[in-house]
Ligand binder design. Structure first.
Ligand SMILES: Nc1ncnc2c1ncn2[C@@H]1O[C@H](COP(=O)(O)OP(=O)(O)OP(=O)(O)O)[C@@H](O)[C@H]1O
Ligand SMILES: [Mg+2]
Length: 270
């Protein structure tokens, strides 16, 4: 059974897609079969692995949108696409997902659980299933992601607006637990932090004093290597595992696993 982890945030541009690509790249590099599911109509993750033309050429029934389309009975096999990288598979999004980007999804009935059913159908084929969410946390795709996942993580930028968006994250976690009581929030992690920037230092220490252990120890720096890897269409460890950004991302990937193991231990003890 795969460990399923949704990466979400109540704000755009916090590093969700980059984190999924790079953390997934680390697990895949360690030999774990890794599926990345794109739940964002912008389709950044899908374009990263399949290219813009590749994504435009997809039929709706080859994308995650088909799960939400009542006229479609998707075959899970059609939704799992191999990539050029060993152990990395993608369930792509495309513009077809836009029409399912509905507000107030908790009023919508069974459609909220279609991604959960897909994840459970393919779970035994993978070690990790990472779900890249859209920035609007209160719409159907993100709700479906939080209902499908066992775990959630949330990147935040070390700046005021991003930290303020935490309230929205907590609201959606609580709502998702109405249906998915397995869901464990593993924590927030700071992303794109600039070293020696007083503002980022202050925001980080404030966040840690308020949120405590809900904040990962590992902090992802703003790094040229991350942007370069993205430009090359490669996860950071494949682009250059020797960069400090790659090593720090590997630490985050390990800290996620430690938090999962600790959680499971606590559950067994309870
Ligand atoms: N650690 C980093 N160092 C430098 N640049 C980064 C880093 N992480 C992300 N970026 C850049 O920041 C931008 C936003 O990142 P990304 O697309 O991953 O965010 P997102 O949360 O998925 O955005 P959206 O909400 O639009 O889906 C991208 O241009 C990406 O290249
Ligand atoms: Mg994104």
């Amino acid at each position: 059974m795969a460990k399923s982890i949704a990466c979400f945030a109540n704000k755009g541009g916090t590093g969700k897609t980059t984190s999924v690509v790079n953390i997934g790249g680390i697990y895949a590099g360690q030999g774990a079969r890794t599926l990345m599911i794109d739940m964002d109509p912008q389709s950044s993750l899908s374009k990263f692995f399949l290219g813009s033309d590749g994504v435009h050429g997809l039929y709706p029934n080859q994308t995650v949108a088909s799960l939400f389309d009542e006229a479609c009975i998707p075959n899970p096999k059609d939704l799992v696409h191999a990539t050029q990288f060993e152990n990395i598979f993608v369930t792509p999004a495309s513009e077809h997902l836009k029409k399912h980007n509905k507000p107030e999804p908790y009023k919508l009935g069974e459609i909220q659980t279609v991604l959960r059913d897909f994840v459970s159908d393919v779970s035994d084929q993978f070690d990790f299933i990472l779900i890249d969410c859209a920035p609007d946390v209160s719409n159907l795709p993100t709700r479906a992601s939080l209902i499908a996942a066992d775990y959630a993580i949330a990147p935040i930028l070390p700046e005021r607006f991003s930290v303020q968006a935490i309230a929205g994250v907590d609201t959606e976690l609580a709502r998702a637990r109405d249906i998915n009581n397995r869901l464990v929030f593993l924590g927030y992690f700071l992303s794109q932090r600039r070293s020696r920037l007083g503002l980022h230092d202050a925001t980080e220490s404030n966040l840690r004093s308020v949120q405590g252990e809900r904040v990962f120890e590992t902090v992802i720096p703003q790094a040229v290597a991350v942007a370069e890897a993205q430009q090359m269409g490669q996860p950071i460890t494949i682009y250059d595992a020797s960069t400090s950004a790659a090593k720090i991302t590997a630490q985050l990937a390990a800290e996620i696993l430690t938090r999962i193991a600790n959680q499971n231990q606590t559950r067994r003890a309870a």
